[in-house]
Design a protein around this ligand. Structure first.
Ligand SMILES: [Fe+2]
Ligand SMILES: [Fe+2]
Length: 206
């Protein structure tokens, strides 16, 4: 299926122009970020387009459709079924559109709740979903600029922005989010404490 044909199919599947406009913006930004960071832009674009296929399902349908497919449901997901739209979305991408590339499906699965061990493509789609131009929060433009320079730093920024939002709304924090936060905080801290000689070594052949 061509990308244009897939876009038409996704539009028909979502049946809501606002959500379709969002996934197109995520696909465009993920494409540009992938190209900038040497990742597969086509995979990033496809993942962006299909990431929210189950986003408009009500909680009862999310749980029922996951159970029907034996998709495991964690305790925090039972309490917050909206989180299931990411993993169910990957199932729908495979079933409805024949997308079976593990890298694309992984990026769809991790677009909502970050976790340790994400691939670069996972990070790109997660970041693109969090900071696409339709999002309105003060740090958005700065995070977009940062994402083109440094994916680790952008992941940390996006996770912190998510936590601030969850705190403000009184919502629960998914345990994998805190584990991912620790990963990116550790990376940021280790970069700050590297001795200058090590930091310079990639550019110095001796
Ligand atoms: Fe989503
Ligand atoms: Fe989204």
């Amino acid at each position: 299926m061509t990308f244009v044909a897939l876009a038409h199919a996704v539009r028909a599947e979502l049946r809501q122009e606002q959500r379709y406009a969002h996934v197109v913006r995520v696909a465009r930004l993920a494409d540009r970020l992938a190209a900038r960071h040497g990742e597969d832009a086509r995979k990033a674009r496809v993942a962006g387009l299909v990431h929210d296929l189950a986003r408009l399902y009500p909680a009862s349908r999310l749980i029922a459709e996951c159970e029907r497919r034996d998709v495991p449901i964690a305790d925090f997901e039972r309490l917050n079924p909206i989180l299931l739209h990411a993993r169910l979305g990957a199932e729908l991408a495979r079933e409805r559109f024949g997308i079976d590339d593990p890298a694309i499906l992984s990026a769809v699965r991790t677009h909502t709740v970050p976790e340790p061990g994400m691939s670069r493509l996972d990070e790109i789609v997660h970041i693109a979903d969090g900071i696409e131009p339709g999002r309105k929060f003060p740090e958005r433009a700065g995070l977009e600029e940062l994402a083109f320079r440094d994916l680790d730093a952008a992941m940390l920024g996006v996770i912190e922005a998510t936590l601030a939002y969850l705190r403000a709304t009184g919502a629960d924090v998914a345990p994998p989010t805190l584990a991912a936060l620790a990963v990116y905080q550790t990376r940021a801290a280790s970069r700050l404490t590297l001795p200058p000689a090590i930091e310079r070594s990639p550019a110095c052949p001796t």
